[in-house]
Design a protein around this ligand. Structure first.
Ligand SMILES: Cc1ncc(COP(=O)(O)O)c(C=O)c1O
Length: 484
């Protein structure tokens, strides 16, 4: 029996897997040939100074992978036709160069999901919370709790709508803080999953969906992925133009309306109560469900925010989306849909296709945190802080205006960003800013149709960075804003 010449690498941590991989390499490179008998486990164990059971485990692994067979009374031999070369039916190992597969991609990757903002020193991306302010230590306690006293049944498959104690906490919160009753809550892995699933459940290829002319591209991508054709509604400084919406309804069979009523994304305008009533009536009259994306409800500073459209929805047409991305951090991937009870099971069932349900351990920890009051303590603290940051940004921009820099903005009642008219070359200024380590987005990033792009506005997020950073970043931006 010849001695095996084996070369080892450190890909595997277990010794028997290292040995199996080395024997496999010896077979692949022809050191050991098909049908060749391998050394007995005892002999190889002696050669490699390991236990005989380690060699047996390595051989068993190779048998399971199809490289080696165990024959009665003969021991282990290399198979006659090796797994990778079975198609070639050769007795000799025969290495052939193989052309790499050219993938047929039928769903091209989406530009709108590239978010490089945090690579910049000054990050004025509009929807970023300040993650460093999140009470990680406190939250760790609730994760530990969820692990120390697990709800074992819930950690299994099933109950795909969500973890009941979490749904209970969220439902109470929605009722108390947002006046939403009479809806079923489904837990999702963030609003994006909700947008995708709702689009798939409600839309057919070619269906028309009305959206705000300026809006949130990832939502549009989800709608378009379901085959929707997007129809833009005109926007005024007071929010969407209801007459335009009505005339679009009369021209097209609109199947769905996607709105960000509280702080319009990206212009920050709050849709007035009067407009909401008109839009709701039209939607009800023409059977158009409304997706209400209430992505940053908590951050409203001077008064109570208007209750969501979902709070006054007798016909049950509002599909309400809320996310934990802003109130915790985007990486938490947690969100909810509150929806009419007839629609709810369809959404749960479709979502089960892609991901059964949302992470139960996480829902458990957040439910414990909410029940303890920690969640709302954090919200109050973050809201106070973002309000100060809004003040800081507004004061500095007003000082720029006093110095003669021609910019205009309306202080938003809430949200996490300002929509600033800089009067000129917004895209050029955003590009120049990037070259100086400042991330911000210009108007063009938000238009459904670039023919409406006046290239005058930039969006400046104030929530995600400290007041010191806001000041430094804006001072660097100042000469660009002053550029003729
Ligand atoms: C308009 C809008 N909707 C929803 C979201 C949150 O999405 P998700 O919950 O998938 O993180 C964002 C975040 O940027 C947003 O701006």
């Amino acid at each position: 029996m010849k001695t095996l010449t084996l070369s080892f690498d450190s890909t595997h941590t277990k010794r028997y897997l290292q040995i199996a991989a080395a024997i496999r390499r010896a077979i692949e490179n022809g050191t050991v040939t098909p049908s060749e008998k391998l050394p007995s486990a005892r002999a190889l164990a002696a050669q490699l100074s390991v236990n005989r059971h380690t060699i047996m485990a390595a051989y068993d692994e190779l048998v399971a992978q199809g490289w080696v067979e165990a024959k009665q009374r003969q021991g282990y031999t290399v198979v006659r036709t090796l797994p990778v070369y079975r198609a070639l039916v050769n007795d000799k190992v025969h290495v052939k160069t193989v052309d790499k597969h050219a993938w047929r991609i039928v769903k091209p990757s989406q530009e709108s999901f590239n978010r490089p903002a945090h690579d910049y020193v000054f990050n004025f991306a509009g929807g970023n919370p300040d993650i460093e302010q999140f009470p990680f230590n406190e939250f760790r306690g609730f994760i530990n709790d969820a692990l120390n006293r697990p709800t074992v049944k819930e950690l299994n498959y099933g109950d795909n709508a969500g973890f009941q104690p979490f749904i209970k906490e969220v439902s109470t919160y929605l009722r108390r803080v947002r006046a939403i009753t009479d809806k079923e809550v489904i837990v999702v892995n963030g609003s994006q999953e909700a947008l995708y699933v709702v689009s798939q459940v409600l839309l057919k290829v070619g269906d028309k969906v009305a959206v705000e002319n300026l809006g949130y591209r990832p939502a549009w991508s989800a709608l378009q992925n379901a085959g929707a054709e997007l129809i833009g509604i005109k926007q005024t400084e007071q929010g969407i133009d209801v007459d335009d919406f009505e005339s679009l309804i009369k021209q097209h069979k609109i199947r769905l309306l996607y709105l960000t009523p509280l702080h319009q994304y990206p212009t920050t305008v709050t849709l007035s109560a009067e407009k909401r009533v008109k839009i709701y009536r039209l939607a009800q009259q023409y059977n158009i469900p409304i997706i209400e994306d209430d992505y940053d409800h908590e951050f409203h500073y001077n008064s109570q925010p208007l209750p969501p459209m979902a709070a006054n929805d007798p016909a049950g047409i509002v599909i309400y989306l809320s996310s934990f991305s802003k109130i915790m951090f985007p990486g938490i991937r947690l969100g909810i849909i509150a929806v009419d009870k007839v629609l709810a099971p369809h959404i749960v069932s479709y979502r089960s296709l892609i991901n059964h349900k949302a992470n139960v351990l996480l829902q458990d920890a957040v439910a414990r945190w909410m029940s303890d009051g920690g969640f709302e303590r954090h919200l109050r603290k973050a809201t106070r802080q973002y309000q100060k940051r809004r003040k800081c940004m507004v004061e500095l921009l007003n000082a720029f205006i006093d110095e003669g820099i021609a910019i205009e903005f309306t202080m938003p009642k809430g949200g996490m960003a300002l929509w600033v008219n800089i009067g000129k070359n917004a895209q050029e200024i955003a590009d120049l800013a990037k070259s100086q380590g400042i991330f911000l987005l210009a108007e063009s990033a938000f238009h459904l149709n670039q023919k409406n792009n006046e290239n005058k506005f930039i969006r400046l997020g104030f929530a995600g960075q400290s007041e010191a950073k806001i000041k430094q970043g804006l001072m660097l931006l100042k000469p660009l804003l002053n550029k003729k």
